[in-house]
Design a binder for this molecule. Sequence first.
Ligand SMILES: NC(=O)c1ccc[n+]([C@@H]2O[C@H](COP(=O)([O-])OP(=O)(O)OC[C@H]3O[C@@H](n4cnc5c(N)ncnc54)[C@H](OP(=O)(O)O)[C@@H]3O)[C@@H](O)[C@H]2O)c1
Length: 337
Amino acid sequence: MNEEGRNGPMSDRMNAVEIKAPGGPEALRLGQRPLPRPGQGQIAIRLHYAGVNRPDALQRAGKYNPPPGASDLPGLEGAGEVAAVGPGVTRWSVGDRVCALLPGGGYAEQVVCNADHALPVPEGLDMKQAACLPETFFTVWSNVFMRGGLQAGERFLVHGGSSGIGTTAIQLAHTRGARVFTTAGSAEKCAACRELGAEVALNYREEDFVEVLREAGGAHLILDMVGGSYLPRNVKALADDGRLVQIAFLTGPKVELNFAEVMMRRLTITGSTLRPQSDLAKARIARALEREVWPLLAAGRIAPVMDSEFPLAEAAKAHERMESSAHIGKIVLRIAG
Ligand SMILES: NC(=O)c1ccc[n+]([C@@H]2O[C@H](COP(=O)([O-])OP(=O)(O)OC[C@H]3O[C@@H](n4cnc5c(N)ncnc54)[C@H](OP(=O)(O)O)[C@@H]3O)[C@@H](O)[C@H]2O)c1
């Protein structure tokens, strides 16, 4: 959508993709909303691009409701320029190029977010790449390094290696000196994971990750989004004293597990979900990313893996692509620019 396609600089309306009723991708429709204005400690961002994430599809299907006070529009990340700053904001000025973790509302021309959840567009990256960073980088940093405590030299297994989360986790863990093992659903996806730094990429349709990890001595840390039958298998794939961090349950959250093994081998099972965490917790993750990860992006040592781009009005097609699981890396919506 170019400048002419917008409602005009003085308009108080904007284009936004709404969820008409819980359902499939066809539930996403372009509509009009009032332009959101920043309150205390907030900024408004005129979005150029928004990232598409699996949780958006869960929200669209009625399985992941926005937390209280958050926009009902989908969209958890985006990049653009600051359009307005609310009272109490000192870090940002109108016109700054930022990307931000959003509580929702990213499938729109303008969004409001906590000023401490924004980061500068990293040097050398464009708006499209920057829009893809927040959701996966906040998730991976907080779960793999803060919660999971991954150290250089450790064996790290991430499932769904070709996903937005997986491609980020492989690169960050590899760059920080861990030995990366991953699973993905095709030979092509496995090859892409190896290019990103995975030492071993297994096609889970043909190979048993438990066997491969046990032969290697077991995983010190596993990041899992599959759940279901993977839970007992992950426990078996862990080394003694290993840690399992659960970030989603693509195949279901309920399973029978023999906890004797957890106890006998001193395993840790934990997990988290980003969206309901406090503003302060998210701000802490943002500052850690800026300090530890933004220099790696600026130096070109890691980069978001881009799959495809769709105009905002075709958000339904973006969801269809994501739910086909044919993609490798990130899908984005073009809003302006
Ligand atoms: N806890 C949090 O805070 C948090 C935050 C963001 C995302 N997440 C979760 O993290 C996961 C990845 O998110 P994303 O945005 O990166 O999504 P994504 O790119 O769509 O990745 C999902 C990947 O999982 C694999 N997959 C899908 N269904 C599967 C199944 N039934 N069994 C095994 N693998 C399956 C697919 O690859 P294959 O072809 O290899 O199967 C697909 O590429 C999602 O479940 C999302 O909800 C959690």
